[in-house]
Write a protein that binds this ligand. Structure first.
Ligand SMILES: O=C(O)CCC(=O)C(=O)O
Ligand SMILES: [Fe+2]
Length: 208
């Protein structure tokens, strides 16, 4: 296979916002990275507190309620508060995509037994949003989960345990569709405790 250029330059540390964000490469093609030290404990809690009163049952990309995705969630408006602005700026720097390409930050909550079954984050070519499709994902874990809730890539045998303040990055803007398809992933059911994540998705072109 010819190696394709990734969006994210591969480094072991990313100095951003006076933080030293650490990186562990989990997979190269497609690039999948676990970041440490992305959000402070205070930022994780502040995101949960801002999202909690506004949560709604999650839908699929086609706006349907489905057993494939049983969490609840909320999309923040772009720039809606100083906290959101700070985090959006950081995720844009870290993901190496301009902020103008960013969707609003999404927070998701999973109670025990809730999950997100295997899916892609990019839109299929029949979906209108595929005109300006997603190119990369950052899942930030806002709490430690007692048991379950791992993010897994079933075709790559990768399993990532939620750790508060850490994040999982992957991208799917490759010319070879097979590489993009390897980013099929799941949020496994929470077994004990609860799970909070914040998602940042980037688009190919300007989105805001
Ligand atoms: O909760 C997770 O671990 C994965 C979430 C996810 O894949 C998504 O929201 O698209
Ligand atoms: Fe996803």
């Amino acid at each position: 296979m010819i190696q394709e250029t990734s969006i994210l330059p591969v480094q072991s540390v990313y100095p951003i916002d006076n933080l030293l964000i650490t990186a562990e490469i989990l997979h190269e093609d497609p690039l999948i990275v676990r970041f440490g030290n992305v959000l402070s404990d205070e930022e994780c809690q502040a995101l949960i507190d801002a999202a909690a009163p506004r949560m709604k049952r999650s839908k699929l990309a086609n706006k349907e309620i489905s057993p494939i995705r049983t969490s609840s969630g909320i999309f923040f408006e772009a720039n809606e508060s100083p906290l959101i602005i700070e985090i959006e700026k950081r995720t844009s720097s870290l993901m190496h995509v301009p902020l103008s390409h960013a969707e609003g930050l999404q927070v998701l909550h999973y109670a025990p037994s809730q999950e997100f079954k295997a899916h892609y984050d990019f839109f299929g070519h029949n979906h209108p949003s595929s005109q300006n499709n997603r190119i990369s994902t950052l899942i930030m874990y806002l709490n430690d989960v007692e048991e379950g809730g791992e993010t897994t890539f079933p075709n790559l045998e990768i399993s990532v345990k939620p750790v508060k303040g850490s994040a999982l990055y992957f991208e799917y803007f490759y010319n070879d569709p097979k590489l993009n398809e390897l980013t099929l992933h799941c949020g496994l059911p929470v077994i004990r405790g609860e799970k909070w994540v914040a998602n940042q998705w980037m688009r190919k072109q300007q989105f805001r």
